[in-house]
Design a protein around this ligand. Structure first.
Ligand code: CA
Ligand code: CA
Length: 269
């Protein structure tokens, strides 16, 4: 009965739900998550990193590019607070470069990535003061309550770098579901896992239902039920037949269960 496995194994490839544009989060309903390289911290859909070395402002920009990012400029108070918290963990008296400057026109601040609109600027008390007329680069610092200060671009500070998070698949293998069979390889058309449905809906068939299970968080197996008028119902389960054997029961209606564990459970005699 070896052919059974070939006939009834349903491969459900996990396709990315849509092309990810730069500002997108990872699709929340597919089994992927945002991830960052080591030594980068995830916030929203981006990863943040403080350089361990100190640089002047121009070299800080380059240092961020060298590690695959760009110098960060916060766009909201929430983002600024996150960055400040991260910096405080490294140094309670931190001074860190951000990608804002008024080099070109004194008093007109520009922040990288915020061109074409008002840049997000939250200054510390009495800042920006362009002390002695040549403070053209922005830091955030514990010395101004985690707010911004204009200072000399030649000073040596750590740089705040940012890059987009990667969307990593939790499972690199496509998920495969196999139909439940008895020990002789006969399909069990009237045995299903009961009382574990997390969602059910009318389906076109097994592949459709299997795709839904693959992208539903918590789905472990699924049932295909047939109604009296011939409709197929896809029932997504939060458990498996081996985890809850008592609920893997005979039904008085057409019902077939598919699970990942069934694939290894086929006997070839
Ligand atoms: Ca200035
Ligand atoms: Ca200043």
């Amino acid at each position: 009965m070896a052919f059974m496995s070939g006939l009834f194994a349903i491969e459900v490839a996990i396709l990315s739900m849509r092309a990810l544009s730069e500002s997108d989060f990872c699709p929340s309903r597919s089994p992927v998550k945002s991830s960052c390289p080591p030594e980068w911290q995830l916030w929203g859909s981006a990863c943040y990193h403080l350089t361990s070395s100190k640089y002047n402002w121009d070299d800080a920009k380059t240092a961020c590019q060298d590690v695959g990012g760009k110098m960060a400029a916060p766009r909201s108070l929430e983002e600024l607070n996150f960055m400040a918290e991260l910096a405080r963990k490294v140094d309670s008296q931190y001074r860190v470069w951000i990608a804002c400057n008024d080099k070109e026109v004194e008093g007109t601040w520009e922040c990288d990535g915020q061109e074409g609109g008002e840049p997000f600027l939250v200054w510390g008390d009495g800042q920006p003061n362009s002390w002695r007329g040549n403070q053209d680069c922005a830091q955030i610092t514990a010395h101004y309550n985690d707010r911004m200060d204009d200072t000399y671009c030649s000073k040596l500070f750590r740089a705040f770098c940012v890059r987009h998070a990667a969307c990593a698949h939790l499972s690199t293998q496509p998920r495969q579901y196999c139909v439940s069979t008895d020990t002789h390889g006969r399909i069990l058309n009237s045995t299903c896992l009961l009382d574990h449905s997390i969602r059910e809906f009318i389906t076109k068939g097994v592949v459709d239902c299997g795709s839904a299970c693959a992208t539903e968080p918590g789905c472990r197996s699924f049932n295909i039920k047939k109604t009296e008028d011939g409709k197929k119902i896809c029932q997504l389960n939060n458990s498996t037949s081996s985890e809850d054997k008592d609920k893997f029961q005979k039904t008085d209606y057409f019902c077939t269960m598919y699970g990942e564990e069934m694939c290894s459970g086929l006997s070839f005699q």
